[in-house]
Design a protein around this ligand. Structure first.
Ligand code: FRU
Length: 481
């Protein structure tokens, strides 16, 4: 397949040129470039011995894939983790060294039946991630006897002038601190005694955000869960809003809150060292339920768009809003799409729909149903009825590659009654990202239509009004060029 004849290769989402990819790793900014490392297996389009792939971007949209950064070694495969810039040379690897902190997964130890097969290691690069040296003293954190002990996120705590780490330990989070990235001291555990059926804890992140429109600051803890945890099935990511005193994270929150209600946003973590202070996350746009069987050929998996996080507070409590990064505006332009009014609503026709951003407002949204369609008779539905927002991909094209793909359709978000709704749909060749009310809710779904979308039809209840419809085209045809 040549890249542009591949029907499912996204136009503006990162995919590896070839082979298997999962979690984003080591997200870090240095000298004008965003670095995206990722779980990568260069020998197959399904998961295998993990490496860290690498790509760089100036705008979080146009990426350039680089040589593989980290290869497995005698201590194990290279599982997920983070990267920091060591400005004060605390580790002694060199001024401004890029240091990766990752999990070693040792299959040999796993085979012996021991639980201690995951440890933490570090490596450094003095040339912006091109070449890497593993630290001789690895592992820097031994396994304490917990079989899932992984995905270290490290950040520099400005106030304490210390490195802080959190990692996922089976069914809780563990916190550590260090002066030099080598010697780590355990600080505390965070547990949340709900839903015992929640799958294994993975890929945590922790950062402080200012509450919009106030001086209040809060810490946000993010954690991904395997199994059938997420609201609409399979793996998903939730968050907690609370306090972190440099040692311990606490929250008053009583229930789980979800970063995304769709099936296809997992293992998301945020960039370190972003100069303008924005908190930017990228997630893996798939789901362990069916990730290895999606109908793409030479490559597998894409990343979500980079998204900015903002914390807001209202009578529902704290809400972590996610919106696509503002850089998206610089690669999109308004275009006219043919528009017809129908008996019950309106219809848009355009060959650009599979590469578009459609936004509108809905006044008095009692009920509406939006159908994205193509010439092959495939449909993807979005709607709102009886206080519930939903999407449905049951008839969206190729769906039979895995029974789990449509097992829980329609996917739902319980919203309650609303006076107004704002919708932004970001449509690429094999994905739809929905941002509701400026990102108060997000829904990310993979889809494999048999031909490009070319019709969008909205039908609505009598009292419901659609207004401020904006149609845009994204001017990017290959995110990894
Ligand atoms: C999450 C995850 C991580 C692990 C990695 C292995 O998707 O299971 O916990 O480090 O993938 O590839």
């Amino acid at each position: 397949d040549s890249l542009d004849s591949d029907p499912y290769r996204p136009n503006f989402h990162f995919t590896p040129k070839e082979k298997w990819m999962n979690d984003p790793n080591g997200l870090v900014y240095q000298n004008g470039q965003y670095h995206l490392f990722f779980q990568y297996y260069p020998d197959s389009t399904v998961w295998g011995p993990m490496h860290w792939g690498h790509a760089v971007s100036k705008d979080l949209l146009n990426w350039k894939e680089k040589p593989i950064a980290l290869y497995p070694d005698s201590l194990g495969y290279i599982f997920s983790g983070s990267a920091v810039i060591d400005k004060n040379n605390t580790a002694g690897f060199g001024q401004d060294a890029m240091v990766a902190i990752f999990t070693y997964h040792n299959p040999e130890i796993e085979k012996t039946g021991s639980e201690k097969f995951q440890t933490q290691g570090i490596a450094y690069s003095l040339d912006e991630g091109e070449t890497w040296t593993k630290y001789k003293g690895n592992p820097v954190i031994e396994n304490p006897g917990i079989r899932d002990f992984r995905d270290p996120k490290v950040f520099w705590n400005e106030d304490l002038e210390k490195w802080q780490m959190l990692l996922a330990a089976k069914d809780h989070i563990e916190f550590f601190e260090s002066e030099d990235l080598k010697d780590w001291k355990k600080l505390s555990d965070f547990r949340f005694n709900d839903q015992p059926e929640l799958g294994v804890w993975e890929c945590p992140d922790l950062f402080e955000l200012q509450v919009a429109g106030s001086n209040e600051k809060k810490w946000v803890l993010i954690v991904s869960h395997g199994g059938e945890s997420s609201p609409n099935g399979g793996s998903g990511t939730r968050y907690f809003v609370g306090e972190f005193d440099g040692k311990k994270f606490t929250t008053q929150q009583k229930e789980s809150q979800w970063l995304d209600f769709g099936t296809d946003n997992y293992a998301g973590v945020s960039f370190n060292n972003v100069p303008d202070g924005r908190r930017i996350v990228i997630g893996w746009m798939s789901n362990w339920n069916y990730a290895t069987t999606t109908p793409t050929k030479d490559w597998r998996s894409a990343m979500t768009l980079a998204r900015e996080l903002e914390l807001m507070k209202d009578d529902r409590g704290y809400i972590l809003k996610t919106t696509p990064v503002r850089e998206l505006a610089s690669v999109s332009k308004n275009i006219k799409m043919e528009q017809n009014t129908t008996e019950k609503g309106l219809e848009i026709k355009s060959e650009e729909l599979s590469n578009s951003i459609i936004s509108f407002e809905i006044d008095n949204p009692e009920g509406f149903n939006l159908v994205l369609a193509n010439d092959s008779g495939n449909t993807y539905e979005i709607g709102y009825k009886d206080g519930t927002f939903y999407t449905n991909r049951k008839n969206s094209g190729i769906v039979d590659f895995n029974e789990k793909f449509t097992e829980k359709e329609p996917q739902k978000i319980p919203l309650g009654d609303l006076e107004k709704m704002k919708l932004k749909l970001i449509i690429d060749k094999s994905s739809i990202e929905i941002f509701l009310n400026e990102g108060e809710y997000a829904m990310t779904n993979l889809v494999y239509p048999k031909s490009p979308w070319n019709t969008l039809k909205i039908e609505h209840d009598e009292n419901t009004k659609i207004k401020d419809l904006k149609t845009q085209k994204v001017n990017l045809i290959l995110a990894n060029a």
